[in-house]
Design a protein around this ligand. Structure first.
Ligand SMILES: NC(=O)c1ccc[n+]([C@@H]2O[C@H](COP(=O)([O-])OP(=O)(O)OC[C@H]3O[C@@H](n4cnc5c(N)ncnc54)[C@H](OP(=O)(O)O)[C@@H]3O)[C@@H](O)[C@H]2O)c1
Length: 304
C-alpha cells in the first residue's frame, strides 16, 4: 500500500485548481496547494495548507512535494506580458516536474491544451507541446488533460463574451465565425483529473465537453439564453485585436491577444475526440443566465 496520501494542487485559490481541491477534499484526501495567491477569504477554512510556488527555490519546491502522492498541475500563464511569458512558464514547469521526480511524487496530472504542437508559431500551443514531451520523458506516470475552453462561475472567456453582449449594441465576430470550440465544465475537468490521479496509467485525454459550437453558434446561444438581441458584425482578426486593445486600455486588462484569436480561428480549440465531460454549456448558461456576464472578469487583476 502507498504510504503517500497527500495530494498537491497548484493554484487552489485560482480557477480549475479550486475545483480540483474541492473535489479532493470531498473524497477526504489531505490536500496542499502550491500558489503565490494570498486569498482574501480562505474558501477551504484552513483545510488546504499553502506553500509558495517559488520556481527560484528548487529545494523548497522539493520539500513542499515530500510525501505527495499526486501533483495536479494547472500552472501556466495565459499570454505573454511584461512580467510573464509562455517561455518562462515552460522553464518553470520543467523545474516543477523535476522537483516531483526528486521528491518521489507517484503521479502527475497535468493540464495542457487541445492541439499542442512543437511546430506551432503560437507560443501557447508550442510551449504546451514542449511540456507534454518533457512530462512523457520523466520516470513517473502522468495523465495529460487537454481542455479546449473551460466554463464555470469564475470563467473569463465565456463570461466576458456575455459581458460584452450585455454592454454593447454591436458584437464583433472575428472572420466568418465558423471555426469551432468544445467547452468543458471546470468541475467535469476536476473530476477527470481526480479519476486519473488514482491510476498508475499514463495517458493523454482531449478534455472536451459534450457540445461543439461554432463561434457564431456560441454567440447566438448566449444571446438566446441571456434574452439579448444584438447586431453581429463580422470583423477582421486585425480589427478585432485592435478593438480588444482599446477596450483593454479602459478595463486595465488584456481582453484578447492576436495569438488567442489566431488559435481560435485556426480551429485549435476543436478536436475529433469523443467528449470527456458531460455538462452541457448551453444548460449551464441557462441555469446561470441571471449572473453570467454581469461583471467583467479581469485577468490582470487576478494576477495582482
Ligand atoms: N481557462 C481556460 O479556459 C483553459 C482552456 C484551456 C486550457 N487551460 C489550461 O488549464 C490550466 C489551468 O487554467 P486555469 O484557467 O484554471 O488557470 P488559473 O487558475 O488562472 O492559474 C493556474 C495556476 O497558474 C498560475 N498562474 C496563472 N497565471 C499566472 C501568471 N501570469 N503568473 C504566475 N502564475 C500564474 C496560478 O498561480 P497562483 O496560484 O499564484 O494564482 C495558478 O497556480 C492551464 O494550464 C491552462 O493552460 C485553461
Amino acid at each position: 500500500m502507498n504510504a503517500r496520501k497527500i495530494h498537491a494542487v497548484t493554484g487552489a485559490f485560482g480557477y480549475s485548481g479550486k475545483y480540483i481541491a474541492k473535489r479532493l477534499l470531498e473524497k477526504e484526501h489531505e490536500v496542499i496547494t502550491l500558489t503565490n495567491t494570498i486569498p482574501n477569504i480562505d474558501i477551504f477554512n484552513g483545510k488546504v495548507k499553502k506553500y509558495p510556488l517559488d520556481f527560484n527555490d528548487f529545494d523548497g519546491l522539493c520539500k513542499s512535494l515530500e510525501n505527495i502522492d499526486v501533483l495536479y498541475n494547472t500552472y501556466w500563464v495565459r499570454f505573454n506580458y511584461k512580467t510573464f511569458s509562455h517561455q518562462q512558464a515552460v522553464d518553470n514547469s520543467i523545474k516543477l516536474f523535476n522537483a516531483c521526480v526528486k521528491a518521489g511524487v507517484r503521479k502527475i496530472v497535468h493540464t495542457s491544451i487541445t492541439n499542442p504542437s512543437e511546430n506551432s508559431h503560437l507560443s501557447y500551443f508550442k510551449g504546451k507541446a514542449i511540456l507534454e514531451r518533457e512530462l512523457k520523458n520523466l520516470s513517473i506516470p502522468y495523465t495529460i488533460l487537454r481542455p479546449a475552453v473551460l466554463f464555470g462561475k469564475e470563467d473569463i472567456l465565456i463570461n466576458n463574451i456575455a459581458w460584452m453582449l450585455r454592454k454593447f449594441p454591436l458584437f464583433g465576430v472575428f472572420g466568418d465565425g465558423e471555426y469551432k470550440l468544445q467547452p468543458i465544465s471546470v468541475d467535469d475537468l476536476a473530476l477527470l483529473a481526480i479519476d486519473n490521479g488514482a491510476t498508475d496509467e499514463s495517458k493523454t485525454i482531449d478534455a472536451i465537453g459534450p457540445e461543439t459550437f461554432s463561434y457564431n453558434q456560441l454567440v447566438e446561444m448566449l444571446m438566446s439564453e441571456l434574452k439579448i438581441k444584438r447586431k453581429i458584425i463580422h470583423v477582421s482578426p486585425k480589427f478585432g485585436c485592435f478593438a480588444g486593445n482599446i477596450l483593454g486600455k479602459f478595463l486595465n486588462d488584456v481582453v484578447i491577444t492576436k495569438d488567442e484569436i489566431d488559435g481560435l480561428m485556426s480551429n485549435l480549440l476543436y478536436t475529433e475526440s469523443s467528449p470527456a465531460g458531460t455538462t452541457k454549456l448551453s444548460e449551464w448558461v441557462k441555469s446561470h443566465s441571471n449572473t453570467l456576464g454581469l461583471k467583467y472578469a479581469n485577468e490582470l487583476k487576478r494576477r495582482r
